[in-house]
Design a protein. Structure first.
Length: 363
């Protein structure tokens, strides 16, 4: 794929192919607690769509409101069902409304009023929009909406032309650490190949799903949220925005990491391994992704939620956002006080994280 082709690639997770695969594969549907009630708004020049789900749980969201649900329960109130605008199982900041560039605050208010109508019809206690872009956040100005911030860690391309350029930007200690970790992988007779698009064969997809399920079961004792049919569908319908790092030991595949990408960002989403291999997680989920991003001229690498160990590898703390409408006035005020207090901790954490970034000091 040429550089010109990459500049035309949209945010992958709002594509109809991605959302349809989630629903038709039974990964995100009414049976799994994600009942789709997507909203459409005719602006005159286009029809814009905003994903909306009616939910009876809070799993697969990555903005945690379990304490809010428990407080409702303790006071004899129902927190569920609730309404959610998000990409299921995808904590990646981006647009949550199609055709965003042509929308203004009037359109945002129209969508919010439609949400309130759906909430009244369904008896939903609340509405939550997770991981919107800054541009989308600015569309919603209603004073009834509460904003919540979080922290993720993303890698930014500082005009690197090679992986060595990235290494040379780190301080000596962390540069040695990265080289040692990559050497540890090689010493186990493990090789890495990053496949793109149609080079990811059906056999590789089957292997990936088996390893994804194995890793989920070992970590959580449960099955993964996503079905094998979901991965099969996206491999067929949007291969131009998918890459997969495959690790082989002695020629035998032992681990995989799945990436998506658009015109400027690489998204690391899922990984799976057949066993415990020293430093292999760091290689597949961080270093191979960084190397791929540099080779494609991508500007940043969003490697997913959480993971403070990313900081010492040059992933920088960034704020994430969410919006929340709480119907119950007393709970709305209580949650606002909680968010104000939480924000102080977020700001402090970002300052502390920035202080330990491993970049080499320059004069």
């Amino acid at each position: 794929m040429s550089a010109a082709d990459i500049t035309a690639l949209p945010y992958p997770f709002l594509r109809p192919e991605f959302l349809q695969a989630l629903e038709t594969s039974k990964s995100a549907c009414a049976v799994t607690g994600w009942e789709p009630i997507h909203l459409a708004l005719d602006t005159g020049s286009q029809q814009t769509v905003m994903p909306l789900y009616l939910k009876d749980h809070s799993m697969g969201e990555y903005v945690f409101d379990y304490a809010w649900a428990n407080a409702y329960h303790d006071n004899g109130l129902d927190y569920y069902p609730k309404l959610l605008t998000a990409i299921p199982f995808t904590p990646s900041t981006g647009p949550r409304i199609t055709g965003l560039d042509s929308l203004d605050t009037d359109h945002g208010q129209q969508l919010f009023e439609e949400v309130l109508a759906v909430a009244e019809e369904t008896g939903a206690s609340s509405w939550h929009m997770l991981f919107p872009s800054d541009q989308q956040l600015a569309l919603f100005e209603d004073s009834r909406l509460l904003q919540r911030n979080g922290v993720q860690y993303q890698w930014f391309n500082r005009d690197y032309q090679s992986f060595d350029d990235y290494l040379n930007g780190l301080n000596s200690r962390k540069r040695k650490m990265v080289r040692k970790e990559r050497a540890e992988v090689s010493a186990q007779n493990i090789t890495i190949e990053v496949l793109q698009g149609e080079r990811i064969t059906s056999d590789i997809w089957q292997l990936f799903y088996m390893l994804y399920e194995r890793t989920y079961a070992k970590r959580n004792g449960t099955r993964g949220y996503l079905t094998e049919e979901f991965f099969t569908q996206i491999g067929e319908t949007m291969p131009e925005q998918i890459a997969m790092a495959v690790a082989r030991q002695g020629g035998i595949p032992i681990a995989c990491a799945l990436y998506f990408f658009d015109q400027d960002t690489l998204y690391g989403r899922y990984w799976g391994s057949a066993g415990e291999f020293s430093c292999l997680h760091f290689e597949l989920c961080y270093y191979s992704g960084i190397e791929f991003a540099i080779s494609k001229g991508l500007q940043k690498y969003d490697a997913g939620a959480q993971g403070e160990h990313k900081i010492i590898r040059g992933f920088e703390p960034i704020k994430t956002h969410s919006l929340h409408w709480i119907e119950h006035p007393q709970f709305r005020q209580a949650i606002k006080r909680f968010l104000d207090s939480e924000q102080l901790g977020i700001e402090q954490h970002i300052q502390q994280a920035r202080a330990i970034l491993p970049f080499r000091k320059t004069d």
